[in-house]
Every structure is written in C-alpha cells, then in structure tokens.
Ligand binder design. Structure first.
Ligand code: AMP
Ligand code: GLY
Length: 426
C-alpha cells in the first residue's frame, strides 16, 4: 500500500481528533496540520499557516508532497479553498475533503439552506427571509408569528448570529438592528425569521462522495456554558454518541425524510459535494426537523464520533475522494463515547490565555484532545476558550463520563472550568 501525506486544516479538538485517527491508519505516511495546536504537534507537523492563506497553503502542499487535504472548519470552504485547488494547475489533482464554495453555501447562507430544504421537501421550521428593503414585510411577518421569535443572520457570524426572543417589540427592534445597523456586519444584511421549534437536539453526520454516502454515528452536543443547559451559547461543552433517544424508528425517519433527500437534492441541483455534511436536527414529537446544515464535522462531536468508527479513517477519506464510498462498509463500536470540554475561565466572554496546563503527561492515552493549546518551551499553555476535550468510552454514557471526570480531576490550569452534567438530560 502506498503511504500518503495528509494536510489537515484547523486548530481545534476536531482537528486533533482527525490526526489521532489518521495516525492509526496503515495508509498514513506523514500528517501536517495548519496551524494545529500542542496536541496535533505530538502526532503531526504543525505548519504556521492560517486556514485562509490559500497561497501559503499551496506552497506547503507542494513542498511536503501532500496527497490529501482535509478541511476542518467552514471558513476556508465558504471562502472557496476547494475551488482554488480545482482551478490551480499544480493542485487540481490533489483531493480536498470539503465541498466547493457552492456546496458550502449550505452553511454560509441560511436562506440558501432554507430554500434548498423547501425545494426538496426536507422538514424544517417555516421561514421568511428579509433585507433592509423589506424591513416592513419583516415586521408584518413577525406579527403573524407567535413567540418566541427566531432571528438568524443569513451569513456566518461566528456562531452568534441566532437570536431567540420572547417579546414581539424586542424582536422587531433586533430585526432593525440586524438589517439596518448591521449588528452582525455583512452577515446580517439578510435575516431569516423562523418558526420556533421545541424539542431535543441532536447532530447527524454524513460523509459523501457526491453519489454514495455513509451516515456516521449520531451525537448530541451540549452548547450552553452552564449546567442544566443554562447561560450563554458556546462552541460546545461536551458530547455523547450514540444518542439514546435516536432509536431505530427515529433513525430511519431521519434517513428517509432528511439524509436521502439532502444527498439527492444536491445531485438534482447540480451542487457538487465531496465531504462531510453535518445536519443539526431537532426532534419535535416523533419527527426530526433540520435546524441547520454545516459543511464540516462538529466540534466537539468529532471527539465522540471518530472514536466509535472502527474503519481505517484515511482509507475512508480516499474512497470519498475517489468516488468509491459505495465500497466502504462502516463499522461502528457499540460502546458509548463521551467527551467533556475544559474551558478557560470567563469563556465564552473574555478570558485570559497562556496559563500553564499541568497533569497532561500522566495521560499518555491520547484521548485528551487539545483545542486551544500551544507549546512554549517544555510547557503546554492555554491558547483559546475551549482548551481540552477529554473523551472516554464506556458501557453507557454515565460510565464513560465518569472516566472523563476522573481524568479531568488530574488536569489543572488557572481558571479551568468544565460542566459536570454532560448527558444529564438523557
Ligand atoms: P444555529 O446557529 O442555526 O445552529 O442555531 C443555534 C441554536 O439556536 C440551535 O442549536 C438551536 O438551539 C436554536 N435554534 C435555531 N433555530 C431554531 C428554531 N427554529 N427553533 C428553535 N430553536 C432554534
Ligand atoms: N458543536 C457544534 C458545531 O460544531 O458547530
């Protein structure tokens, strides 16, 4: 078997998990990460290049003889990194895992995603879409809805662009702020107003080569900073896979009404798509509805999804790149995986960086996935809001989380915080 060099883009727990899984593959020669973190540095070569610096990435791909590029975050995809590769004489034959700009619009524009779902009869909240020119219609639309009101900036707003508001007056004021004052910059030059759906959320991940697809294990993430799902939204404080309430009937419902029509819809619309589709779902009664599409894996969901996949991950990715995903049989570990995220004090608001992390060396088992960490001489320092994700496996989520908590008790950095109730609602 020919050994391959792989470049991973990103610097979070998701990317460390990619590297960890790739390092177990027989097909892997060298792994490079741009820009990576202290965790990826232990498994791969970190390159000091930003994910949106396409020219510098091109040079690195050529210099290091890269055979496959795997894009972690959405930003470079929405900015057209895959298109950049396809249009470049020297790069066009190097496969990129992640959709081209058009496919990435499923995440880059809420209105595009809603129109896609409506065209293909994919269940989702009813909606209207408004700009500064149709502000008045937006007010009227709000008047016809019942509280709570869901307002979404159309474009990428670093996870902050969704507002859920209880009073009509306040919703109207926020709509004005978004459209006229550009509260979220260009991202809110268009606003999608949605019907509020009440239910429990889960994340569904699909890997597709554009024709065939594999539905990866489902996961549930815990987005709020506080225990009992209270306080501000974060990038994700923990995750669990499988999701106990996604029984066979519900799973089949997701396949038939959402996954299949999504992949077929992409084909019907001539939207080329190679990579991960992350479908944010909500269960209302017995029915799944789509809350949003993302065009990448989730973080911290990856930290529980990949450890449950027994296949050679690199082989899976090359099968995707070569249009041969129909030949891959997905093998899933029955055990439950949980991850608990340790964050910097103050996150998701302001927090300090560069705090020394102790207690990591006692855990050479590589299921401590790094997010915001950086090497400084012999130390590992915090370098972001989400710092570490500790993944454990167990017979059930209680047993698995107990292991993660035990590991976390031995890790320390100033201001360290983590939720002690991951899985509380299951
Ligand atoms: P999004 O950025 O689209 O994932 O939205 C962020 C969060 O807002 C979601 O994870 C949901 O918890 C919530 N949300 C979004 N849309 C709706 C909706 N239509 N009804 C209820 N909650 C929603
Ligand atoms: N955990 C949610 C996300 O990755 O967007």
């Amino acid at each position: 078997m020919k050994k391959r060099n792989i470049l991973v883009l990103g610097s979070g727990g998701r990317e460390h998990t990619f590297c960890w899984k790739m390092a177990q593959s027989k097909m892997t020669n060298q792994i490079f990460v741009a820009p990576g973190n202290a965790g990826t540095a232990a498994l791969a070569t970190n390159l000091n290049i930003g994910v949106n610096d396409f020219e510098a990435l091109k040079n690195a791909v050529i210099l290091h003889n890269i055979h496959l590029v795997v894009v972690g975050p959405e930003d470079p995809l929405v900015n057209g990194i895959h298109d950049f590769f396809l249009q470049d004489e020297q790069l066009k034959d190097i496969p990129v895992i992640g959709p081209q700009k058009l496919g990435a619009t499923l995440e880059g524009s809420k209105e595009f995603a809603k129109a896609f779902m409506s065209r293909h009869n994919i269940p989702t909240a009813k909606y209207g879409s408004f700009t500064s020119e149709t502000l008045q219609e937006g007010y009227e639309f709000l008047e016809q809805m019942t509280a709570p009101y869901v307002l979404k900036a159309d474009g990428l707003a670093a996870g902050k662009g969704v507002l859920i508001i209880n009073e009509l007056d306040k919703a109207k004021k926020e709509l004005y702020k978004m459209l006229i004052d550009r509260k979220f910059g260009k991202a809110s030059s268009r606003v999608v107003i949605e019907e509020f759906l009440s239910g429990i959320e889960l994340s569904c991940f699909v890997l597709t080569d554009g024709e065939a697809y594999l539905t990866l294990p489902m996961a549930k993430d815990y987005k709020r900073i506080g225990e009992g799902d209270t306080g501000l939204n974060t990038g994700g404080m923990g995750a669990i896979s499988p999701v106990p309430f996604a029984d066979e009937k519900f799973y089949n419902e997701i396949q038939e009404t959402i996954v299949k029509p999504t992949i077929e819809g992409l084909k019907k619309d001539n939207i080329p798509y190679l990579g991960f589709v992350f479908i944010g779902l909500i269960r209302v009664g017995d029915q799944p509805y789509v809350i949003e599409y993302n065009v990448r894996m989730g973080d911290p969901e990856t930290q529980v999804v990949l450890p449950r996949i027994k296949n050679d991950f690199v082989a899976m990715l090359f099968a995707t790149a070569n249009g041969k995903l129909d030949e891959v049989e997905l093998l899933i570990e029955d055990q439950t995986a949980t991850t608990v995220v340790a964050v910097s004090g103050g996150y998701p608001e302001t927090y300090e960086k560069r705090k020394k992390i102790d207690g990591l060396d006692s855990h050479p088992d590589k299921t401590i996935f790094h997010a915001g960490t950086i090497n400084a001489d012999a130390d590992i320092l915090t370098n972001g809001g989400r710092v570490l994700a500790v993944t454990s496996m167990g017979e059930n989520h209680q047993k698995a989380t107990a292991k993660s908590y035990k590991t976390l008790e031995e890790i320390h950095f100033e201001g360290m915080y983590y939720r002690k109730d991951i899985g509380f609602d299951l």
